[in-house]
Design a protein around this ligand. Structure first.
Ligand SMILES: [Fe+2]
Ligand SMILES: [Fe+2]
Length: 282
């Protein structure tokens, strides 16, 4: 396989074209929603995160579309605009589901766009790197436990795969963007990326400790009430992350931060489990 230099125009062509070519066209209005029995409806209604999911998808769509509008390169702009379209479609799909099954929904307030569009794009996308990783595991739990009826799994599967494409696109875009900057501007860019990673990591740690609010993917498996340990859940997230990203060109960069953090936590939990195992007669 030919080597690919990160930041080259061949790299740009590859990450943009593979993103655009793997887009699946469909209209939310043409989806047919299955009839659900009462227990399935009750399980859907009991999930606490639909409203939050719609707000997050809508806000993400607005920020991604704003980033696309200020992108000077036509190919990169086309790819980012397509991502913005997919994010808006995610929120439309969730809203259609809420309406179809009479799930309570409040009007979503559209927040004004911040002045620094690229900063907000970086924050949003590093946030997606965290949320998607855990959403992959959560979706697998809901699918494999039968919590989600198979017909709904089929409808939501494209959203999960689109999120995998989004984070794959983003890590390649951010590396490309850095190389494109003049040398003297790169340290500031690295600083902004590190800052947004730390902010997003911290907000997820807060959520996991039950301090923060607003993130649903880290705590979702509790809502689904599956009998799964945190260590097993991390293992599932790692497996699903690998599976979902494995179908794309091997030359593209992969998201590494969240899987690495998850692997470290997984090993640490394993050591903790071993250390706390009681020996017979102890
Ligand atoms: Fe999305
Ligand atoms: Fe996304």
């Amino acid at each position: 396989m030919a080597e690919l230099r990160v930041g080259s125009s061949a790299h740009k062509e590859l990450f943009c074209r593979s993103f655009i070519e793997t887009h699946i066209p469909y209209e939310v209005s043409s989806l047919s929603w299955p009839e659900l029995d009462e227990p399935s409806l009750a399980r859907l209604r009991a999930l606490p995160f639909w409203q939050e999911a719609i707000s997050t998808e809508r806000a993400t769509a607005a920020k991604v579309q704003a980033q696309a509008r200020q992108e000077p390169d036509p190919l990169v702009r086309e790819a980012i605009a397509l991502q913005g379209y997919e994010e808006a479609r995610h929120s439309a799909l969730l809203e259609a589901m809420m309406a179809r099954y009479n799930l309570a929904a409040l009007p979503v307030q559209q927040e004004p766009l911040p002045a620094d569009i690229e900063w907000s794009f970086l924050r949003t996308e590093y946030g997606e790197c965290f949320d998607s990783f855990f959403a992959f595991g959560l979706f697998a739990v809901a699918r494999d436990s039968g919590f989600f009826p198979p017909a709904l799994v089929t409808l939501f599967e494209p959203i999960m795969q689109e999120e995998a494409r989004h984070i794959l696109f983003f890590v390649n875009w951010v590396a490309y963007r850095r190389v494109q900057l003049p040398l003297w501007r790169r340290p500031a860019h690295i600083g902004r990326c590190l800052c947004s990673m730390v902010i997003q990591a911290w907000s997820r740690i807060q959520t996991a400790r039950g301090i923060g609010e607003g993130d649903f993917t880290l705590t979702g498996h509790e809502a689904i009430n599956a009998d799964i340990s945190p260590r097993h859940f991390l293992h599932l997230c790692l497996q699903e992350n690998e599976r979902r990203l494995s179908c794309y060109d091997r030359r593209l960069l992969r998201p590494r931060l969240v899987p690495t953090m998850a692997r470290i936590l997984y090993q640490a939990l394993g050591m903790w489990e071993k250390a706390t195992l009681r020996t017979p007669g102890a």
